[in-house]
Design a protein around this ligand. Structure first.
Ligand SMILES: Cc1cc2nc3c(=O)[nH]c(=O)nc-3n(C[C@H](O)[C@H](O)[C@H](O)COP(=O)(O)O)c2cc1C
Length: 230
């Protein structure tokens, strides 16, 4: 299974086929997934379309409803863990889309976000089809090591991340949104940061380390979230 390859061909899938899926594929993969913050309990549930309040103009045959204990950085942890699953599903021809707008009918306090999934004929694209910020806009200087981050999905394609070079990796920052965007994006952007870190992990699996430093540079318009070694 080559998860890194999926980063360069995936797209959010919004057109699904009504085909059955062996859900053990998901349960088995989830045994090997890596969290970014240890000691936060999380779980997921597989739901069908009629168990979801769909607010998007499209729907999928299946949804993963994601739940977490609400400890510090739980949103980043959920993004990090489940983007690994999305890349795995992509590798076995199952399309996915994070769906901030939809909610389970049976909503509980631990619910975080759903991911739609299903078989599809419309879940890949050429590199030229990615609409993304330039590498020079997401870092202190252009660096091809950040291509996996550049291509990560985010809520309304907001790409709310910034990478500042260190000796062996990057300090990672999240964009501070203005008061209007913050209402919608605050929670989702923290998930986005977990997703972007999952791409950096999958692309540098053997060397990746994450830590939260106590001393770091302040960058205007951004909040420090942590540092990676790659
Ligand atoms: C946290 C999150 C929430 C999202 N919510 C929705 C959604 O409710 N509806 C939708 O159609 N797409 C949603 N998306 C998909 C984004 O619009 C998509 O990732 C982005 O436009 C980049 O496109 P790509 O995923 O095809 O690369 C969401 C993505 C993320 C990461």
């Amino acid at each position: 299974m080559n998860l890194e390859k999926q980063i360069y061909i995936r797209k959010s899938c919004r057109k699904y086929l009504d085909e059955a899926i062996d859900m053990d594929l998901i349960h088995n993969f989830m045994k090997s997934v890596k969290p970014i913050i240890n000691e936060i309990d999380y779980h997921y549930e597989i739901l069908t379309r009629d168990e979801i309040n769909v607010r998007n103009r499209w729907s999928a045959p299946y949804y993963l409803a994601l739940y977490s204990e609400k400890k510090e950085n739980y949103l980043m942890n959920i993004g990090f863990i489940f983007q690994q699953l999305c890349l795995y599903l992509q590798s076995i021809d199952i399309g996915t889309c994070w769906v901030g707008l939809d909610t389970p009918r049976n909503n509980t306090s631990e619910f975080v976000i759903p991911i739609s999934f299903g078989r599809s004929n419309d879940m890949t694209r050429e590199l030229s089809g990615f609409k993304r910020h330039n590498l020079s806009e997401i870092s202190d200087f252009e660096d091809e090591k950040l291509i996996p981050a550049q291509l990560a999905p985010s809520a309304i394609n907001s790409q709310p991340w910034y990478f500042k070079h260190t000796d062996d990796g990057f300090d990672v920052y999240q964009v501070k949104q203005n008061i209007f965007k913050r209402q919608i994006l605050k929670k989702l952007n923290s998930i986005d940061v977990g997703i972007v870190l999952a791409h950096m992990y999958v692309a540098n699996e053997n060397t990746f380390e994450f830590k939260i430093k106590t001393s770091f540079d302040d960058i205007r318009g951004y909040t420090y979230v942590g540092s990676i070694k790659i």
